[in-house]
Design a protein around this ligand. Structure first.
Ligand code: PMP
Ligand code: GLN
Length: 383
C-alpha cells in the first residue's frame, strides 16, 4: 500500500495555545480566562443590521476590495481619529479578520531569505507565517518586566536582508503600548531603508488610563511604508465574525490585493453592509477604552485577595500576572495545573516565545462578565 506523504511546512508547530486552552477549559468545565473573547453579548443593533442586510438581498459577492460604503465609513473614521486622509478606493481592503490581513501583508512582501524583526513575546501567528513564506524571524526580546522595545538592539539587527518589522500596539499578550517616542525611534531607524512595517493594531480602541493609541496612521513617514491590520471582532465583541480591514499606501495595497484576490477574494457581504451603517456610531468604539479599564481594574481589585502580582497593562484584552509568590514551576506547567486542579484557564507567556522562557508570568483575559471574573478569582484565593 502506498503511504501518502507530505512535507510539513511547520514541523516545529503544534496546535495554538488558545485552542489547546479553550478545549481543555470546556472539557474540564473550567472558567476560561485564556483565549481573548468576551463571554457577554454583542450589540443587538449590529445583529439586526446584519439580518436586515440579508433580507434586503445583500447576499452575493462583495467587491473584492470590500463593500464601498464600508470602505468610505472606514476612511471617515480614520480621518476623525487620526487626522489622516486614506483613499477608500486605493488604500483600504476589507479582510477576513486581522490575522488574514497580517498573513496577506507578509505574503505580499516576503521572499525566501528575507529577515523580519519580531518582538518576543510575539502574538502566535507572526513567526509561523514568516517561516511558512521561507523568510527568517529575527527575534528581539522586549525588556522585562515593562515589555518595552530595546531600540538600540533593533538598530543592531537591521541589515541588508531586513525586509520588515512587525509591531503590535496595544500588545498581546502583555498589554504594553508604544509611545510617541517609540514611534519616532522606529521612524528614524527605517528612514532611508526599504523596510516595510507591518503594524498589528487590532486593539486600537482598548487603550486605557487616558493614554492615546499611537497608530502608524498618525505618522506619515511611517504610513508610507506600512501595512496596518484592524479587526471588527475585537471592537464590537464579535470575535467569531472574523472580519477586519487593512490599510496601506496605493502601491503596497495594489500588491496586497493581488494576493488577496486568489485567496479569500472577497469577504462576508451582509456583515460589511451592517458595519458600514454601524461605524457611524462613534460612541460604540470610543467608549471601549474606559470599558476595558473598568474590567481590568475590577479583575485587579479581586486579585488582591490572591498571591498573584499584577503587571502593567495599558491596553488590549489582557493583563499579565506574576505567580512568583506561589510557585517556581514553568509557565506551561503552572497553567496546566491551574486549569486542571483549580478550574481556571489562563495562557502561559512562554507560549509567545520560541525559546524556553520562564518569568513566572501568565496572561489573564479580563473581557468577561464581572460574575465570571468573580468566580474565577474565588478559585485562586487559596493558592
Ligand atoms: N493580532 C492580535 C494581536 C490578536 O490578539 C488577534 C486576536 N484576535 C489578532 C491579531 C487576530 O484578529 P482576528 O480575530 O480578527 O483575526
Ligand atoms: N487573539 C486571541 C488571544 O490572544 C485568540 C485568537 C485565536 O485563538 N487565534 O487570545
Amino acid at each position: 500500500m502506498h503511504q501518502l506523504q507530505i512535507t510539513d511546512k511547520l514541523p516545529n508547530v503544534g496546535t495554538t495555545i488558545f485552542t489547546v486552552m479553550s478545549v481543555l477549559a470546556a472539557e474540564l468545565k473550567a472558567i476560561n480566562l485564556g483565549q481573548g473573547f468576551p463571554d457577554f453579548d454583542m450589540s443587538e443593533k449590529l445583529i439586526s443590521l446584519v439580518s436586515q442586510a440579508m433580507r434586503n438581498g445583500h447576499n452575493q459577492y462583495a467587491h473584492m476590495n470590500g463593500y464601498m460604503l464600508l470602505r468610505e465609513a472606514i476612511a471617515e473614521k480614520i480621518s476623525f481619529l487620526y487626522n489622516q486622509e486614506v483613499n477608500p478606493d486605493t488604500e483600504i481592503t476589507v479582510t477576513a479578520g486581522g490575522t488574514y490581513g497580517l498573513f496577506t501583508a507578509m505574503a505580499t512582501v516576503l521572499h525566501p531569505g528575507d529577515e523580519v524583526i519580531v518582538f518576543e513575546p510575539a502574538y502566535d501567528c507572526y513567526i509561523p507565517t514568516i517561516e511558512m513564506l521561507g523568510a527568517t524571524a529575527v527575534r528581539i526580546p522586549l525588556v522585562f518586566p515593562t515589555y518595552s522595545v530595546p531600540w538600540q538592539r533593533v538598530k543592531e539587527n537591521i541589515n541588508q536582508r531586513t525586509r520588515a518589522i512587525i509591531i503590535n500596539s496595544p500588545h498581546n499578550p502583555t498589554g504594553s503600548i508604544l509611545s510617541a517616542n517609540d514611534m519616532q525611534q522606529l521612524q528614524s531607524l527605517v528612514q532611508d531603508t526599504d523596510i516595510i512595517i507591518i503594524s498589528d493594531e487590532v486593539y486600537e480602541h482598548t487603550v486605557m488610563d487616558g493614554l492615546q493609541h499611537e497608530s502608524i496612521l498618525r505618522y506619515p513617514a511611517l504610513r508610507k511604508r506600512s501595512f496596518v491590520s484592524f479587526s471588527f471582532g475585537k471592537n464590537y465583541h464579535c470575535t467569531g465574525w472574523k472580519i477586519g480591514y487593512s490599510i496601506a499606501p496605493p502601491a503596497l495595497m495594489k500588491a496586497f490585493r493581488k494576493v488577496h484576490q486568489f485567496n479569500c477574494f472577497s469577504c462576508d457581504m451582509p456583515k460589511q453592509v451592517a458595519l458600514a451603517e454601524y461605524l457611524k456610531d462613534r460612541d460604540a468604539y470610543l467608549q471601549l477604552g474606559s470599558f476595558m479599564q473598568q474590567k481590568r481594574d475590577f479583575l485587579q481589585g479581586l486579585m488582591q485577595q490572591t498571591r498573584f502580582e499584577p503587571m502593567s497593562s495599558k491596553g488590549s484584552f489582557f493583563q499579565c500576572y506574576s505567580y512568583k509568590n506561589i510557585s517556581d514551576e514553568g509557565e506551561a506547567q503552572f497553567a496546566q495545573r491551574l486549569v486542571r486542579e483549580h478550574g481556571v484557564a489562563v495562557i502561559p507567556l512562554s507560549a509567545f516565545y520560541q525559546d524556553d522562557v520562564n518569568n513566572n508570568v501568565v496572561r489573564f483575559c479580563f473581557v468577561k462578565k464581572d460574575s465570571t471574573l468573580e468566580q474565577a478569582v474565588e478559585r485562586l484565593v487559596g493558592l
